[in-house]
Design a protein around this ligand. Structure first.
Ligand code: 13P
Length: 250
């Protein structure tokens, strides 16, 4: 049985004092959950979030990283740097980074490899645009993105990768994919992984849904056969709302 993994992506929100207060509020609300709880926070919150989440079941992740270990890359942060302060997870290839910051399938693949080399667990985002969907190309786009992202990884690494299927048209728009559509898209991603890495890997890999997940739709989405939890943007900014998403099964 795959476990459910619910991750909040705060994006460019929350100052350190707000992060501390948030985590203190969230802690008692999710302490009994058997689902994995992750908060992916801005770089400036990481250290405070890690300290505040110590001795809780809340894990902390970053939202991006560079694939090089060090060097003349002004403004960038490496996997080694994240690992040095005990960050556990890192989002890679979020559509906002692909759209605004020139992230490509190639850099995504390099970043995932660097994350594993440094003991970080990547949460890798794939998803189609509205135009691609309307042209009937959604499956082709997301399976190709998955294939290129995972290229050259070992089976064990693929098993430890979290994939987040986030249709771009559903992000921050209030439009959610229907649970059937999301489940079918995730099945296609799982099939692609099975073709390349075998059935055992495909059955173990966690694949989340992301895009306007809220407490109102979490249960319907997360109880589908292939949806292993969610990557939550806007609704993760309020600890109470986020706790209801984490506790969708209680
Ligand atoms: P929203 O939940 O705000 O639609 O954002 C989804 C997302 O991009 C999570 O990474």
């Amino acid at each position: 049985m795959r476990k459910k993994v619910i991750a909040g992506n705060w994006k460019m929100n929350m100052l350190p004092n707000e992060a501390i207060e948030y985590i203190n509020q969230l802690t008692p609300l999710v302490k009994d959950s058997k689902n994995e709880v992750i908060l992916c926070v801005p770089y400036t919150d990481l250290f405070y979030a890690l300290l505040t989440a110590q001795n809780t079941n809340i894990k902390i992740g970053a939202q991006n990283m560079h694939f090089e270990e060090k060097g003349a890359y002004t403004g960038e942060v490496s996997a080694k740097m994240l690992k040095s302060i005990n960050v556990e997870y890192v989002i890679i290839g979020h559509s906002e980074r692909r759209q605004y910051f020139n992230e490509t399938d190639e850099t995504v693949n390099k970043k995932i490899k660097a994350a594993f080399e440094n003991g970080l667990k990547p949460i890798v985002c794939v998803g189609e645009t509205l135009e691609q969907r309307e042209e009937g190309k959604a499956v082709e786009v997301i399976t190709k993105q998955t294939e290129l992202a995972l290229e050259g990884l070992t089976k064990e690494e693929v098993k430890s990768t979290i994939i987040a299927y986030e249709p771009i048209w559903a992000i921050g728009t209030g439009k959610t994919a229907t649970s059937e559509d999301a489940n079918n898209a995730i099945k296609e991603i799982r099939n692609k992984i099975e073709q390349i890495y075998g059935k055992e890997v495909a059955e173990d890999v966690i694949i989340q849904y992301g895009g306007s997940v809220k407490s109102k739709n979490a249960k319907e989405l997360f109880t589908m056969s292939d949806i292993d939890g969610g990557l939550v943007g806007g609704a993760s900014l309020d600890p109470e709302e986020f706790s209801k998403i984490v506790n969708y099964d209680i």
